[in-house]
Design a protein around this ligand. Structure first.
Ligand SMILES: [Zn+2]
Length: 368
């Protein structure tokens, strides 16, 4: 991974290049930023820069043997640690899936990753066995690199097991560097936080995401505009939306809400049949679009002056919808959609789920 292929984040890239050029690389860095902002991509690019044999202009060369290995996530001195599922599981058990996931989308989010491991409703974690494996790996000499690097994605999943790593993070063996990539500071032990230098990544702008979609997936600007509205600064989600072309979620949502309002049984059953055929990813995307639509509606009702993040043709429908909904009702609908995303991710029967949801929506809409 090169810095040049990471979208936005100019400030952080400069900072990292300076740390590298000055030869003052702290032994523990914590990349903190929102899901899909690029904190993982930045850590990957920094690891590659650290191992590169011919770095130039603050970026890795991309051609030396070290870069080639780093780019395929197989460099023997760049170790990875991440949440896994199953008792006694360690990260290396899932290294194939990890490399494939990064190659597909280095703006990965935790849920997509855990579902990839077949987590269903199991919680991921970074357990005691993994901590012991890290201690062992880092006690060995570097194989060929300048540094021995441990890139840990989502130390939030360590919980109190993180205590096992404190001494190592505080006094690491020579030329050993920890790169922690986190999203939620509140879920990380203070004792770990205090031992790391924090690198906070910025929120991505709509322009960054539009440019990124073009660069990464060749998405044209009209389609990019729609995706940007839904992605809300999460480039990982933007990539997922680009990879799973929408089947006009807006039309589908408004049509469904109207039918829910009417509450005509056979009509809702037909709609549920149609929904069930969409497939899980599209169902999720539709529900996420619904959450976005409700958020914008809340802003409209609350009298937000900033322009709504909805395409022109939906604004009219949003204004009409705002007449029959209030903030309390929108809160209930948001909760309902959030629950549905959770159930869809865990393989609930989509037909039964949306039929049940339609009845709830009807009730919410009709309550005075
Ligand atoms: Zn290189």
């Amino acid at each position: 991974m090169h810095f040049s292929s990471i979208i936005g984040q100019a400030r952080t890239k400069n900072l990292l290049a300076q740390l590298h050029a000055g030869g003052r690389v702290p032994h523990a860095l914590l990349f903190l930023g929102a899901t899909g902002s690029g904190n993982l991509a930045l850590a990957l690019a920094f690891a590659q820069l650290l191992e590169c044999e011919r770095p130039a202009e603050g970026d890795s060369c991309g051609e030396c043997p070290a870069c080639r290995k780093a780019a395929q996530f197989v460099h023997p001195d760049i170790h990875f640690s991440y949440p896994t599922i199953g008792t006694n599981a360690v990260s290396t058990d899932f290294i194939k899936q990890w490399r494939a996931a990064l190659a597909e989308n280095p703006y990965l989010d935790a849920n997509t990753w855990l579902q990839r491991l077949g987590a269903e409703n199991k919680q991921g974690n970074i357990n005691k066995e993994e901590c012991n494996a890290i201690l062992k790996k880092l006690s060995l000499k570097a194989f060929e690199g300048r540094y021995k690097i441990l890139l840990m994605w989502l130390p939030e999943y360590l919980g109190k097991e993180g205590n096992r790593l404190l001494k190592l993070i505080e006094e690491p063996p020579e030329q050993t560097i920890f790169l922690l990539v986190a999203e939620n500071q509140d879920l990380i032990l203070n004792t770990i936080l205090s031992r790391c230098q924090m690198i906070k990544t910025d929120t991505l702008s709509d322009e960054d995401i539009t440019a990124g979609l073009n660069q990464w997936r060749g998405v044209d600007s009209a389609r990019a505009r729609q995706i940007v509205l839904l992605a809300d600064g999460d480039f990982g989600q933007a990539l997922a939306l680009a990879d799973h072309p929408a089947n006009d979620d807006a039309r589908l949502l408004l049509d469904w809400l109207r039918k829910c309002w009417r509450g005509h049984g056979p009509e809702l059953v037909r709609w549920a049949d149609e929904f069930a055929r969409l497939g899980r990813e599209n169902q999720k995307q539709f529900l996420q679009y619904g959450l976005h639509f409700f958020r914008e509606l809340m802003a409209l009702i609350a009298g937000s002056l900033s322009p709504l993040r909805l395409p022109q043709e939906e604004l009219e429908s949003a204004r009409n919808m705002a007449k029959v909904l209030n903030l309390d009702k929108l809160m209930l609908l948001t909760e309902l959609f959030n629950d549905n995303i959770y159930f869809i991710e865990r393989n609930a029967n989509p037909k039964i789920l949306v039929l049940d949801t339609a009845i709830s929506i009807n009730r919410i809409m009709k309550t005075v």
